[in-house]
Write a protein that binds this ligand. Structure first.
Ligand SMILES: [Zn+2]
Length: 74
């Protein structure tokens, strides 16, 4: 059985590990350092954060989940 995650299913909204028609912008996850392709909107918010002084502000979905867990644990 094949497990489909958001990262490898281009039909679902969200970042993908390869370029698609919608995800035409490359960002790098600041935590796991992997490269992902995101849509215009995600890319723009990441770019704004970079311009305001943050380095690799983007978090992929896996790291964002882990980050949320850490935040909840305090
Ligand atoms: Zn990550």
């Amino acid at each position: 059985m094949m497990i489909v995650t958001p990262q490898n299913n281009p039909a679902k909204p969200g970042p993908t590990s390869f370029m698609t028609e919608r995800n035409a912008h490359e960002v790098r996850c600041g935590m796991c350092r992997r490269e992902f392709y995101v849509d215009e909107e995600t890319y723009r918010s990441a770019s704004e954060a970079i311009e305001s002084g943050l380095d690799d502000p983007y978090r992929c979905e896996v790291c964002a989940e882990e980050y949320d867990d850490l935040a909840y644990e305090g």
